[in-house]
Design a protein around this ligand. Structure first.
Ligand SMILES: *[C@@H]1O[C@H](CO)[C@@H](O)[C@H](O)[C@H]1NC(C)=O
Length: 265
């Protein structure tokens, strides 16, 4: 029979082993999504593409996108900060804005419009009766991206989805400045960030589908898609990712490149 002290030391050992970090299963990497209504879950006639991403990934997906937000308002409301607090090393954060970032700060600042420019320019504005300093779109993404990377996360900056490119009757897609800015922000965040040209891949699928089928995916306006449309927009993202070798999601996409709608460009 073992003595009391030896039982205690066995228990002590067991406790030590349990509290050692590698006694626990490795936490799954988590994918976080930051964006606007084109990514966010909605109920009703339209919804965002973030709803469909989980079906293509073998990782948990947390969709933090919220309608009406811009790079600026997502920052000012502390929504990037919330994700920065949550992320653990090797988590992946997909950032996609642009639909609410344009417009003018004058005569009325709506709290979303960014300071025009591609760099470190700032604007002084009045919002809600307060004097505020407004940064450029790339500056908001770079600030968030660098803070996420400092926590060990990987960042995917994605270009905004196109408005219905068949709206005028003939197909027209020319990337907005937010595509260029997103690409440049990813480069400036550094090697822990990558760019996905989601806008181009989505436009290409809509082009192939033709006007009637594409129009049917935009039930209420030229920006917001039906659930079926959101599924297509998600496929474009997954295709773009796979065509680029998978990037930080390599090995976590359930689908083979050829199995996903669209063509690599
Ligand atoms: C990937 O495959 C799953 C079924 O396994 C499907 O639900 C999903 O839509 C596919 N994703 C894409 C992007 O085609």
């Amino acid at each position: 029979m073992p003595s009391i002290p030896s039982i205690l030391s066995l228990l002590g050992l067991a406790t030590t082993a349990l509290s050692a970090p590698n006694a626990y299963p490795k936490r799954a990497q988590t994918v976080y999504m930051a964006g606007d209504s084109t990514m966010a879950k909605a109920s009703g006639a339209t919804t965002g593409w973030g709803v469909y991403l989980p079906y293509s990934l073998s990782l948990p997906v947390v969709n933090k996108a919220i309608g009406g937000r811009s790079a600026r308002s997502f920052t000012v409301e502390g929504r990037f900060d919330e994700i920065i607090k949550l992320v653990q090393p090797n988590d992946i954060v997909i950032i996609e804005f642009g639909h609410n970032d344009g417009g003018s700060l004058t005569p009325t600042d709506n709290g979303r419009t960014d300071c025009p420019g591609a760099g470190s320019e700032t604007c002084t504005s009045t919002y809600n009766g307060q004097t505020v300093t407004v940064l450029t779109y790339p500056a908001y993404l770079i600030n968030a991206g660098k803070a996420l990377v400092a926590k060990g996360a990987k960042v995917i900056v994605s270009s905004p989805t196109p408005n219905n490119p068949w709206e005028s009757g003939t197909f027209t897609y020319s990337p907005s400045r937010f595509t260029t800015y997103s690409k440049s922000a990813a480069q400036q965040i550094g090697s822990s960030a990558m760019f996905v040209d989601h806008g181009q891949y989505t436009a290409n699928i809509f082009k192939t589908m033709g006007k009637a089928k594409t129009d049917a995916l935009f039930p209420s306006d030229h920006t917001h898609t039906s659930p079926a449309g959101a599924d297509v927009v998600n496929k474009a993202f997954v295709k773009a990712l796979l065509c680029g070798g998978g990037g930080f999601l390599k090995g976590f996409v359930k689908n083979a490149t050829e199995g996903v709608e669209g063509v690599c460009v």
